[in-house]
Design a binder for this molecule. Structure first.
Ligand SMILES: O=C(O)CCC(=O)C(=O)O
Ligand SMILES: [Fe+2]
Length: 276
């Protein structure tokens, strides 16, 4: 896709002020290449969580949430130039570096997902997520305002990813979550979704741990079920959402691209500091 010509306003998800969905952000060849590179990554690049694996590109975060920068793999900076294409969307134009400097690559087998969580304050409040390999249904949640009710899911401490690795996805607020999503999107393979503003700063997001996503004909319109319904490219998906049906999950990889605003001093200075 010729990213220079992207106008984010053309990709605004209906009913949101701040979420963008870009189908076919990369080509099938690029997708295949990226998946191959991810699979070929040396063993130490992988971090194993309780229920899935991930890789972190761009460096780790310190306890004070500063990035100790490391080169990103060339398969996201050169070919295909994912970082440059994301920069060209303008989504990060008001962030410190104008583009992502940090990527968490999540791997999900069918049946794996991610608990509702917030990505937290280490990052500029924009996340651009590229999906590869398979779809996912992505839900946004709000916290309950009335906390007098009985049991409801609670915001997990570091539900999203590993805290040992530093970053992310940790809110740890323990505040009860309203279990009915306020917004749901279907993320197709090769699509980019950009979450900003209040959906980033005061809501949660998650993916159910299911082998297949089921849609019921429940009186709601397809657009009420899946807010980006009209933007979808897959006819099979549209049919399942509109008429009730299921979509089986395959292996999915997500590249969650963010800008860590605080970057630790460069190698030499850091070395001196460590030695005191
Ligand atoms: O896989 C996804 O699309 C979401 C991942 C996520 O929320 C995270 O890594 O913080
Ligand atoms: Fe997240």
């Amino acid at each position: 896709m010729s990213s220079k010509t992207i106008d984010l306003n053309d990709y605004l998800v209906p009913g949101t002020a701040n979420t963008y969905y870009i189908p076919e952000f990369i080509t099938e060849d690029e997708e295949e290449y990226l998946i191959r590179k991810i699979d070929e990554a040396p063993q130490p690049w992988w971090k194993r969580l309780q229920n899935r694996r991930l890789q972190i590109w761009g460096g780790d975060l310190t306890a004070k949430k500063a990035l100790i920068p490391q080169d990103m793999p060339s398969f996201v900076t050169q070919y295909p130039d994912i970082i440059g294409r994301i920069r060209d969307t303008g989504a990060f134009k008001s962030s410190a570096h104008g583009q992502p400097n940090h990527v968490i690559m999540n791997e999900y087998a069918p049946g794996q997902g991610i608990m509702p969580h917030e990505d937290g304050p280490a990052y500029h409040p924009v996340v651009a997520t590229l999906s590869l390999g398979s779809h996912a249904v992505f839900h946004y949640y709000k916290y309950k305002t009335d906390t007098t009710e009985g049991a409801s899911p609670q915001a997990e401490r570091s539900a999203g990813t590993t805290t040992a690795a530093g970053p992310m996805s940790a809110t740890g607020s323990g505040k009860p979550i309203d279990p009915t999503p306020i917004l749901s999107l279907l993320l197709e393979p090769r699509s980019l979704v950009i979450t900003t503003s209040s959906l980033y700063t005061s809501h949660l997001h998650g993916i159910d741990e299911v082998q297949e996503d089921r849609f019921e004909a429940d009186g709601r319109t397809p657009q009420q079920r899946i807010a980006n319904y009209d933007m979808l490219r897959s006819q099979q998906a549209k049919e399942a959402i509109a008429n009730g049906g299921k979509l089986e999950r395959g292996m999915r990889f997500s590249l969650t691209c963010r800008d860590v605003e605080k970057v630790a001093a460069g190698g030499g200075a850091l070395f001196k500091k460590l030695r005191g």
